[in-house]
Design a protein around this ligand. Sequence first.
Ligand code: FES
Length: 145
Amino acid sequence: MTTTLGRTVVGAARDRPCTLVVCRGCCCGNARKHPRADHEGQLERLRVAAAESGGSVAVRTTDCLGPCGQANVVVVLPSSEGRRRGGRAVWIGWAMGDACTDDIVRWATDGGPGIAEPPPALELQVVRPPGEERRGARGRGRARA
Ligand code: FES
């Protein structure tokens, strides 16, 4: 157990790695939607990077995350340390091609959100999570104090 800034962190949550959540729903990873992308190769590349990271990077897949128009979507979750330093989940859209995959791997192995800055090209692909868009839409038009 570790106590940090008045919060107690127990067990696995203390050491959670930077985690790449790779969407593989109806559109992401679908060769009919994106026939020129090597979806399997991308996933394999991410898994190899995680295996070689010594536990600092993890990869998992998920069903549709929502923003199919921005497929392939990869969400980069901060490690426990990254979260303690203020890092939050970053959603990457149009995550296809070797250069993008390399940038995601580089960022995650450098520490990910809260620890390392994302490569500049990756910053251009950051998309808002669906829930954030809804909250933003509700908040539009409100008067500011
Ligand atoms: S299939 Fe990935 S966002 Fe819908």
